[in-house]
Design a protein around this ligand. Structure first.
Ligand code: MRU
Length: 346
């Protein structure tokens, strides 16, 4: 099944409402940049590459709304769109990368009519969406070569088709390995507190008939100790210049356990997730989310009123724990600053 996480339909952006999955499968529509920013903040759409592509369409929607206006109000509307989208979530660098690309295209259109600029911005959003799928297929090919026939692959959170424009990064590696004829089974960590593993990764794997076993996060150590995990593949929200990697909260625990049990721990991510402007993981901004995600779920509350809560949405895995970063340009084994620079040709 081809999952269309985001699609352009009748001059609107449609997003699978990931808050409702797997109980309901439905699209929500966005008409302007504010609605798109709200959808990103509220997790209608999530996952670093999907957030980036969605933000690009947010800019395109705003341009479409103001096409035909005079140049100054058009430019002012786009500036507001860049700002509102950039304020939606702080950790996934793909968001800022996508906004920078749209900003650059906007600047290049400064001598064109606003109608022509709006067309160019929508074309770039479409291009970024289709590029993302191609990039994920390349990540999948490179990563699949590291996955043995019969491998039992643990993953954390959802770095699947739902977290991208399609195919996925970590789950893209799994899909590509399966497509190459390998028998793969997946162990999906449920991923407290927002349950992206239980709800989204499990759903994607079931749709595709890829054998998947759901476990709670605190079972990971037990499974590794029992020799039931061969390899781990996760996604990333932001990779610092030295390879330190921010990903969904709980990833660091899995990486530490993997080292203890000598299980290769791979990060699968596009080059757009690498932030060369940040020297190491200590400078990666970590989003803190609402206490309600920890005290309950979907209206059911299990923690007492009055308890204080800490809810960081991401943690940082040091590069030293990472066997390789799988990108569209190949795998960076045992990543460090020099190898990462080399990949960018610097
Ligand atoms: O809070 P989320 O669901 O947006 O977090 C997503 C992740 O941590 C993913 O692993 C990451 O964005 C990579 S998606 C290909």
């Amino acid at each position: 099944m081809q999952v269309e996480t985001l699609r352009w339909s009748n001059s609107r952006l449609e997003l699978i409402d990931q808050r409702r999955l797997p109980l309901e499968f439905e699209y929500v529509s966005c008409d302007d940049a504010t609605q798109v920013a709200d959808a990103i903040r509220d997790m209608v759409v999530r996952g670093a590459p999907a957030i980036g592509c969605t933000a690009a369409y947010g800019v395109a929607l705003e341009a479409q709304r103001h096409a035909g206006a005079a140049r100054a109000p058009f430019d002012a509307a786009l500036e507001r769109a860049f700002a509102v989208l950039a304020a939606s979530r702080p950790t996934a660098v793909n968001l800022f990368w996508a906004i920078a690309r749209m900003r650059e295209r906007h600047a290049r259109c400064r001598d064109d009519s606003t109608q022509k600029a709006a067309v160019a911005l929508l074309e770039l959003a479409h291009q970024m969406r289709s590029e993302d799928i191609e990039i994920n297929r390349a990540i999948g090919r490179h990563g699949a070569a590291r996955i043995a026939d019969g491998a039992r692959v643990m993953t954390h959170c959802n770095a699947g088709a739902l977290a991208t424009a399609g195919h996925g990064t970590a789950l893209g590696v799994i899909r590509s390995a399966r497509d190459a004829g390998k028998r793969i089974s997946v162990i999906a960590n449920e991923t407290r507190p927002y349950l992206q593993g239980a709800r989204l990764t499990a759903w994607e794997m079931v749709q595709e008939n890829i054998p998947v076993t759901l476990v709670t996060d605190n079972m990971a150590g037990h499974l590794m100790q029992q020799g039931r995990i061969d390899v781990i593949v996760v996604g990333a929200d932001r990779i610092a210049a030295n390879g330190d990697t921010a990903n969904k909260i709980g990833t660091y625990i899995v990486a530490v356990l993997a080292e203890r049990h000598r299980i290769p721990f791979y990060v699968a991510a596009p080059l757009s997730t690498i932030d060369l402007g940040i020297a190491d993981g200590s400078a990666i901004p970590i989003e803190e989310r609402d206490a309600a995600e920890v005290t309950g779920f979907r209206g059911l509350r299990w923690a007492p009123q009055g308890v204080s809560v800490f809810n960081p949405a991401f943690d940082v895995t040091p590069a030293a724990l990472i066997a390789g970063i799988v990108t569209e340009n190949g795998v960076i084994d045992r990543p460090d600053a020099g190898k990462i620079r080399g990949l960018f040709g610097r």
